[in-house]
Design a protein around this ligand. Structure first.
Ligand SMILES: [Zn+2]
Length: 57
């Protein structure tokens, strides 16, 4: 396990302009949205960018 501060257990939701929607806790959501960005939009999205797009579910 990488040593970093424990992620929040709050459920978040990210909605992409294309209609894609993902929800989950921070650690679940970030890789899902990053993969969507790469596969659907050829965009690299940082963890901070994902969290900036996220809203409480
Ligand atoms: Zn999208």
């Amino acid at each position: 396990m990488p040593s970093r501060k424990q992620a929040s257990a709050i459920e978040l939701v990210v909605r992409c302009d294309c209609g894609f929607e993902a929800r989950g806790t921070e650690d679940t959501l970030v890789p899902v949205v990053q993969r969507h960005g790469r596969e659907a939009h050829k965009m690299e999205v940082s963890r901070e960018q994902v969290l900036a797009m996220a809203r409480p579910a």
